[in-house]
Design a protein around this ligand. Structure first.
Ligand SMILES: Cc1cc2nc3c(=O)[nH]c(=O)nc-3n(C[C@H](O)[C@H](O)[C@H](O)COP(=O)(O)OP(=O)(O)OC[C@H]3O[C@@H](n4cnc5c(N)ncnc54)[C@H](O)[C@@H]3O)c2cc1C
Length: 301
């Protein structure tokens, strides 16, 4: 039985959700099978109502820009909630503080902070995802990290109730954030310093520099593995001789060994097999276990 029939949605949502939406269109790797239900809320209140009526047995998958997601070829059984293009407000609250909703792209926050004379927020331009994804991942670049700037977050729980939380409610580490179960970010208040001298050219220069070492523009999810303590995943993968290793239409980038590229027709299964092969080879050669930074979700074909 398809989820369309098995999910008993309230009439106001039954007519607004999309069915069998290809997740390849919503991920930067451009792979992934269909989501049974795909919902883009009008705003946070609408999203709370959606969660309230969503059958209790359905675990929603929240996504931003899908820039850190490997969705398997069988897709997502259940409901995907997309914040991008929905929760999009960004405002300045005071001299040093801003408030942004979860669907705002990090690059927009970086550029707006420069215009407001606030920093250091330039690092956010290196993260091609939404603020919600950056909060979930504690995304960081060029020495900056999302949670260093968080004052408070507003979250929704599985029943659609809103809570305000502070960093003390989370265990925050390098690319990990552990907080109360079954809560998702809808908004955050962030603090920066006054940085009136910073120009948007700084962001362009950082991005240009990154293009020299990373395969920007190709279909990837950025770094596949986190760096193990005291080491660089890319260096371990490269020295294990894995640059260029190919399965199907996916390969380990020749430019940056911690990137896996979809050359156009890769399956999620090709990418996942490559991840496993890289992981087992690095373990054999270096005796180090790599852990994925990318989140692998969904069911195999
Ligand atoms: C070319 C490239 C370069 C990259 N460079 C970097 C980098 O320098 N540093 C870095 O840290 N990352 C980098 N990334 C990875 C990625 O951009 C980040 O992890 C980003 O934070 C993911 O945001 P997203 O909106 O795309 O999240 P998604 O990929 O959509 O989701 C990622 C995870 O966050 C969860 N999530 C999404 N929204 C919410 C929400 N509102 N509430 C709770 N959970 C949520 C999802 O369920 C999923 O588990 C790069 C990716 C690419 C493609």
């Amino acid at each position: 039985m398809s989820a369309q029939r098995s999910l008993d949605l309230a009439p106001e949502f039954a007519s607004r959700v999309l069915h069998d939406v290809s997740m390849a269109k919503h991920t930067s790797w451009h792979v992934g099978g269909p989501a049974d239900i795909f919902f883009t809320p009008r705003d946070a209140l609408d999203l709370a109502s959606f969660l309230r009526q969503l059958p209790a047995e359905v675990a929603p998958l929240w996504i931003g820009l899908g820039s850190n997601l490997l969705v398997r070829d069988g897709g997502i059984r259940g409901a995907v909630i997309s914040t991008h293009g929905a929760l999009g407000s960004l405002e300045r609250l005071s001299a040093n503080r801003i408030q942004a909703e979860a669907g705002v792209p990090c690059g927009r926050i970086a550029r707006q902070c420069v215009k407001w004379g606030l920093g250091p927020a330039e690092f956010l331009a290196g993260i091609p995802g939404t603020l919600g994804g950056a909060l979930a991942m504690n995304a960081g670049a060029w020495g900056g990290e999302t949670w260093r700037h968080v004052i408070e977050v507003d979250v929704l729980d599985r029943r659609g109730a809103r809570h305000t939380r502070t960093p003390a409610d989370y265990r925050i580490g390098y690319r990990t954030v552990q907080g109360p179960d079954d809560e998702w970010f809808i908004r955050a208040r962030l603090e920066f310093e006054r940085a009136p001298g910073v120009k948007t050219q700084v962001i362009r220069d950082l991005l240009d520099k990154r293009k020299q070492t990373q395969p920007i523009g190709e279909w990837s999810c950025g770094s596949v593995f986190t760096n193990p303590p005291g080491a660089h995943a890319a260096q371990l993968i490269e020295s294990a001789g894995l640059k260029g290793l190919r399965i199907g239409d996916a390969s380990v980038s020749d430019k940056h060994a911690n990137f896996i590229i979809n050359h156009g027709h890769a399956l999620a299964a090709d990418i996942e097999a490559l991840i496993e092969q890289v992981r087992s080879t690095v373990a054999r050669v270096h005796g180090i276990d790599l852990h994925t930074e990318v989140r692998i979700v969904g069911v195999p074909a």
